[in-house]
Design a protein around this ligand. Sequence first.
Ligand code: ADP
Ligand code: ASP
Ligand code: MG
Length: 410
Amino acid sequence: MALIVKKFGGSSVATTEKILNVARRILSEKNPDDKIVVVVSAMGDATDNLITLAEGIDNQPYRAQYSREMDMLLTTGEQISIALLAMAFQKLGHHAISLTGAMAGMRTNSVHTKGRILGIEPARVIEELNRGNIVVVAGFQGADKFGNPVTLGRGGSDTSAVALAGALKADECEIFTDVDGVYSADPRVVKNARKMREITYREMLELARLGAGVMQPRSVEMGQYFNIPIHVRSTFNDKIGTIIREDYTLEDKDFEIRGVAHDQKVAKIAVLGVENVPGVAHKIFAALAYANIDVDMIVQSIRNLERNITDMVFTIALNDLPEAKKVINRVAEEINAATVLIEEDVAKVSIVGAGMLGKPGIAARMFGALASADVNIDIISTSEISVSCLIKASQLTEAVNAIHDEFFAD
Ligand code: ADP
Ligand code: ASP
Ligand code: MG
């Protein structure tokens, strides 16, 4: 007997026919004694469509004032797919029950639209499994201590699945999606991207954090925390996908970089002409942190030594821009900044790999590849195992391909 958690993403359950296919596949692969928990996302583009609906009320629905109601709205997407999938199992002759995130015991903090899981109390899931049900759980959602619905950020069903697998001490956690596994770059952007057999949590986390949307970053952290290997594979064929785990077992570890990630959902904010004195950076970034806005790349330039003024430039997630504008305009006034500039037509391209540790030539090769593609670099940031460059959004495809060719040419 095995306890298996399987997660199916939006494109895997985009139509009722696809939902029936998912149910058929699960039943055909299931051993009689297996206990199966299925975590599902909203059907196809349902979440995007719900956001568009909210834009009919206010074209900036991600403002903090709406965040609870956005969660009330967005959680309905997953509720549709769990009900239909449970019905599909029943139609095919198997007992099944659907549970919302809250019913499955997913406890979160109260940070609406980007909630974090605080703990899982999966008693109801276990009870239903013991009754012989396949348990279908709504991904992307939980409830805070007041019972309010809270979503886990875009792509959050991955995190629901891995966290549930951890809490249930599952034997396997499979993430079914519309690609065959994790590739050396987004296969929609780089046609000759290579599929990986394995990748470590650390490298996958960095790729995900830098925009590789195949896994939500928090889900990889969860996998590492519970030490659960995650198998990312296709819904539409039965090929072995990519295993995310602590260390490599099969592959040659001598690669320099593991992958190229990109992120178009970023915005750049420049607070120009601020006084170069202690406490200015703290004022700007504390105000953003207080509004739950994550800051990514940060550059402080020494612009004018004589007048002792400087510029603060940083990037944030595009979703956070409406709220960030409010915060920054307020702080800019407080600190007497000359002006605030906002750019939305920017994108970030990154290379990731534990193999770059202690190899100084790697970043230079990335910059060289960008230069030969005539791509200008606006901001550079690094971590131990990654290098990221902010560039013009319109040059993103060329940039990603040029970097990929540099490191992955045969
Ligand atoms: P799901 O709805 O199943 O959660 P997502 O759209 O969230 O699917 O994630 C799968 C998509 O992630 C793929 O279609 C692919 O375009 C994108 N992606 C980005 N980077 C990578 C990568 N390195 N490897 C595989 N897929 C990637
Ligand atoms: N439906 C949510 C989204 O589109 C969660 C998910 O698919 O993982 O972001
Ligand atoms: Mg996803």
